[in-house]
Design a protein around this ligand. Sequence first.
Ligand code: ZN
Length: 307
Amino acid sequence: MIPPASKKTTHFSCLLCRQERSGATISPVMRDADAPVVQCSTCKLVQIGSIPSALELDTFYDQGKQAGNIGVSVDIDNLWTRQKDDTLRRVNRAATLIPKGSRVLDIGSGYGFFLREMKKKGYKIDGIEVSDLSRAISAKVAKVAVHDIDIATASAGEIAKLGTFKLITMFHCLEHIPDPISFLKRVRTLLTKGGKLLIEVPNIDDAMLDLSDPYRSFYWQFAHCSYFNAKTLSITLRKAGFKHVVASHTQRYGIENMMAWIVAGKPQLGSPSYSTSTTGLKGLEEWYKKDRIKSGKADTLLTVARV
Ligand SMILES: [Zn+2]
């Protein structure tokens, strides 16, 4: 587990224990905010030391939206090139969990590539996306229903209107949620009997956090409220009423990205950075990714849970 930045003990409201706790300061600041990252000494969850208010989060995400809006016109082909590997891997995983034709809901559906590819495979898919910009792009990409509803604050009636689903997916979404247990309890009401939830989040046991100080400084960001590993995500899901929680890992970023962080102290800028295009490195990269997954120290955590 990641070593603390100082021996100083901090007091904070733990998102998992749901009460005042103490723990070590993992980092005194985040890359984009003057907020500490702390680890609960009881449940071991790593989280932001002071949970941002709804207003702070709105302001933060509005800035992001403006940055997107003033950029050049959105190039969907370019976005697809960047997201293709992740999207197809997620579609293949989802397809192992439910029969063809099932109703699926993707929460935080972003630009809609997962929606489009699931639709192509014959699933009845809906999305939920609170960003206006992402929803506008996904309307062009996927042509399926994408709801503008915030599960964290919507009424039970509004949530129930969505119907029920055999599978709900959340890819790089839960780490942004200020109260993950309450959020997941609401998500659970949207699943059919025996329905499944597939969650993908960054893995806090990522070996790169031990290997590179610049990576470590870059890692902590204001938009992320929680930093899970298999154990803390399992506790979160069980506290929200889920059962049969099964974790696995995947390594998204390739060996060239790892070397860039170690040698140059910054990410690989070439795209895509998920896999090497250098023939002579392919065997080494395959070994690298397998080793990270086997040790539980890959960059990404996947968990499937049932109601
Ligand atoms: Zn705790």
